[in-house]
Design a binder for this molecule. Structure first.
Ligand SMILES: [Zn+2]
Length: 303
């Protein structure tokens, strides 16, 4: 509440300043000047473009090229805006600081600590997409990562001022002397000193009203998690993390070769299927290129 009150005061001050500037000078309309974002009355979900990941080796997913509609994977970041605060869910594959948006697609080559290499095509920066909505990373209340792989943590350090919602096994692996090979520890090292809430229960109700719930979904990594949103108009939506990457993994019952625990992944998939059935929620596979292409992108939103 206090934070919101401060934000409202700041917004009011900004508005007065802007109106003042308006009166003395420019011909711009007030709506063309970005104000700080105001809390909405109901939960909003913004889908942000954090790039396209090109996959050369389909064997890692126990799939063949001919079995999938496309080998490309979308990289999505999500901003949840609740009347009581904001949550960023996953932070991309390429740090904003590593490249400059030109308006045209830019392909970045990433070398992981275990010397695996990836190409990722970027168009927009995460910060730029947040700014378009009136937010800077320091405005964000909560950070949650579906898991520690490099393609979800790229801009995590930017959100070190937020409260980090993480499971202990996941955090321990991230800060182990030798972090897993598919991590990029330099992208999340600042989280070590972030205000942190260790999630212990299967479900964590972020804002206390059942609309934004982080659910334990282990297997892909030890503390992998998914996000359930109960939206007023859209209904239930589950953001998959990497429970699946390709929709064909689900249809053909394949489990990638690089799971932390494939048996646990299978068990989690059964549990989440039951949850989807029980709630009637849609499953959005975050990396599903064709599925993601159909979604409204920020600054449009789901509510
Ligand atoms: Zn991923």
């Amino acid at each position: 509440m206090e934070r919101n009150a401060i934000r409202l005061v700041l917004a009011a001050v900004t508005a007065v300043f802007v109106l003042g500037a308006q009166a003395t000078g420019g011909g711009q309309t007030p709506s063309s000047i970005p104000l700080r974002a105001q809390p909405p009355l109901s939960v909003r979900l913004y889908v942000m473009d954090c790039g396209t990941l090109h996959i050369a080796d389909m064997g890692r997913f126990q799939l063949k090229k001919e079995e999938v509609a496309t080998t490309d994977l979308s990289v999505a970041c999500f901003l949840v805006v609740h009347p009581k605060g904001t949550l960023i869910w996953d932070t991309g594959a390429v740090p904003d600081a590593a490249w400059k948006p030109t308006g045209s697609p830019v392909t970045q080559h990433v070398v992981l600590p275990d010397s695996q290499q990836r190409d990722i095509t970027m168009v927009k920066s995460l910060k730029g997409q947040l700014a378009e909505l009136g937010y800077s990373p320091s405005d964000i209340t909560y950070l949650a990562l579906s898991h520690y792989h490099y393609d979800h943590t790229a801009n995590a350090n930017e959100f070190a001022g937020a409260t980090w919602l993480v499971r202990e096994v996941e955090r321990d692996a991230m800060f182990a002397e030798k972090a897993p090979g598919t991590t990029q520890p330099s992208t999340y090292s600042d989280l070590r000193h972030s205000k942190t809430v260790i999630l212990k229960d299967d479900e964590h109700d972020v804002f206390g009203d059942g609309t934004v719930v982080i659910k334990s979904a282990p297997g892909h990594t030890p503390g992998h998690q998914i996000l359930y949103l109960k939206l007023a108009k859209t209904g239930g939506v589950v953001l998959s993390g990497d429970l699946y990457h390709y929709p064909e993994e689900r249809a053909l019952d394949r489990v990638p070769t690089f799971e932390f625990n494939p048996e646990q992944t299978r068990a989690t998939r059964v549990t989440i299927d039951a949850f989807l059935k029980q709630t009637g929620a849609q499953l959005w596979i975050q990396h599903d290129f064709n599925g993601n292409a159909k979604l409204k992108k920020s600054p449009n939103f789901y509510e």
